[in-house]
Design a protein around this ligand. Sequence first.
Ligand SMILES: [Fe+2]
Length: 282
Amino acid sequence: MSPPSVPRRALTGAAAAPVTPSNGPHDPRVPASGVITGSREKTGGGNSPRPSGSTPTRPKTPPPAPTCGCYAPGVRIPGPEEIRALHAKHAPTAEAFASVHRHCELVWSIAEQLLASPRLSRLDAELVRAGCLLHDIGVYRLYGEDGRLDHKNYIRHGLLGQELLESEGHPAALCRFCSHHTGVGLTRQDVVSQNLPVPPADYLAETPEERLVMYADKFHSKSHPDRFLTPDAYAAHVRRFGEEKVFAFQALRDEFGDPDLALLTPHVEPLTPRVGPPPVSG
Ligand SMILES: [Fe+2]
């Protein structure tokens, strides 16, 4: 299943279509069709009068690549087919591809549903889609030669994904979705106090697009069997990491609203607080 194309910065406002999870492993041998979406560069700007006979001035050097996750005109956003091909390129096995790529698609389905709210119309939907579809691509680098996932170092998948995207030449505004979607915001204190295997630093989602990707990620777990989590179930899960995490999650709920998970799949399990992703997963 590949999400449909969406216009830049805004969705149609129509309710998200129900999503049917894939019935089997995706074939990772996908041709890189390389669907490229429209440029972010502004056009026009020709309202200023130009003296008669003057030579049109060429645009100066393009703006530098963004060094933060802020909205950055000029950043080329890969489309779902290009991203799917990237998954296929880096997935070590068909099973890994099926698990990770399907999860990313479901996270996008959740975010897409939330983006239908008029109050989120300011967000860049195309950037959110790319962020959702790419955010866990670093998980592939945690599979061993035996095909097993290194759960002990799972939290490293964010930085590994950032490195992977950087190696593919993607800008920081995209790479950050990988390294800044963990939990409800991974802090330096979390890293130190839990002795996590990542460099001590704050890995906090900053832009609305980053926060939405991080939030949407909380409602689907790749655990076996994979499952959806209701907002209340995730709130109960995250409480073990401290009240500040509960507040942080509630702030995200207030900002983006609760998704209607029943719209996403007919296979949603009864949800209870007992289920949940690995600690500070994401
Ligand atoms: Fe995820």
